[in-house]
Design a protein around this ligand. Structure first.
Ligand code: NAD
Ligand code: UDP
Length: 311
């Protein structure tokens, strides 16, 4: 199989490229390094079945040769990144998805869009099932990401219905692991970096907001299983183990053997109060569920950051 991974030099994209290479695929990673890096794909750069194209997918995507899959992951994903890159985020979610769909259609390839639990916004239904339409503020600061992803889902369904394309929509819930940038602003890399350097852990609000964090290998396995199953409706892929951010901060301090304290900071605008995936659909259709518990995943991640920080 020949697979294009847009956003291939990002956190999730680079792990996905490696996974696909291990499964025997020919993989083309495409990225413009706006939030990713060449370092993320250094381990696969010399692989005989891997190639890399530097390109901004918001522009027309020129790519020769046969293609079996287009996996469209390109997009800033950390709130800090998409608040700093609002127009690029809207463009890659809208124009980039249109270009990626157009390429897939021209080559008769199947298409997968990396959507997000952010399509549920600040959810009024808990946990979130795929049939919940969400509670998104279109003009709030997070709207640039949420609405781009909602548009991306809509255009993907339109290409499926109108052009008969084989498409997948994966709604990814908070995912963590090695290769998230130390300063990308997301809770886990931020807390781990702070814990390992003795800085206070910056918990926003009173830390009672919840998230459900999944380890990267579980996500990649879920995406692979979704590629094998012709379900065109969205599928949640996430770990239902929910915790407050304060619990997460305390757990990271303990696992890192850190003496850091906790410092409370203002809660960002429109920060969702709760988030937990209902994964009944993934369980029933894909036979998928997460296998890495939080304790194990955090240990693996902390080890990686410790090496990076030279500790
Ligand atoms: P990331 O920032 O590490 O990776 C995104 C990659 O896309 C980067 O390498 C970036 O350079 C690239 N990119 C962005 N705009 C581009 C453009 N116009 N042209 C080419 N490349 C471009 O983020 P991530 O966490 O790996 O997220 C990957 C995908 O998964 C995103 O689509 C994101 O919305 C989705 N997602 C991630 C999470 C999560 O918890 N990590 C949750 C939900 C959804
Ligand atoms: N958060 C925090 N301190 C930080 C970074 C994030 O308390 O230094 C909180 C943030 O307000 C949110 C949660 O952690 O409630 C998860 O944030 P993240 O940016 O990881 O992802 P989100 O789920 O909001 O997209």
């Amino acid at each position: 199989m020949r697979v294009l991974v847009t956003g291939g030099a990002g956190f999730i994209g680079s792990h996905l490229c490696e996974f696909l290479l291990e499964r025997g695929c020919h993989v083309i990673g495409m990225d413009n390094f706006i939030t990713g890096s060449a370092e993320n794909i250094a381990a696969v750069a010399a692989h005989p079945r891997f190639s890399f194209v530097f390109h901004n997918v918001t522009e027309y995507i020129p790519l020769d040769g046969e293609l079996d899959w287009v996996l469209h992951l390109a997009s800033p994903a950390s709130p800090r990144d998409y608040l700093e890159l609002p127009i690029q985020t809207l463009k890659v979610g809208a124009l980039g998805t249109h270009n990626a769909l157009g390429l897939a259609k021209a080559r008769g390839a199947r298409f997968l869009i990396a959507s997000t639990s952010e399509v549920y916004g600040d959810p009024l239904v808990h946990p979130q099932r795929e049939d919940y339409w969400g509670n998104v503020n279109p003009i709030g600061p997070r709207g640039v990401y949420d609405e781009a992803k909602r548009f991306a889902e809509a255009i993907t369904m339109a290409y499926h219905r109108y052009h008969g394309m084989s498409t997948r929509i994966v709604r990814i819930f908070n995912t963590y692991g090695p290769r998230m940038r130390l300063n990308d602003g997301r809770a886990i890399p931020t807390f781990i970096t702070q814990a390992l350097t003795g800085a206070p852990l910056t918990v926003y609000g009173d830390g009672s907001q919840t998230r459900s964090f999944q380890y990267i290998t579980d996500l990649v396995e879920g995406i692979w299983k979704l590629m094998q199953h012709p379900v065109h409706e969205p599928v949640n892929i996430g770990n239902p183990h929910e915790m407050t951010l304060l619990e997460l901060a305390k757990r990271i301090i303990r696992l890192a053997n850190s003496r850091s304290e906790i410092a409370f900071r203002p809660l960002p605008e429109d920060d969702p109060r709760v988030r937990q995936p209902d994964i009944s659909r993934a369980r029933a259709l894909l036979g998928w569920e997460p296998t890495v518990d939080t304790e194990e995943g955090l240990r693996l991640t902390i080890d990686w950051y410790r090496q990076r920080l030279g500790g």
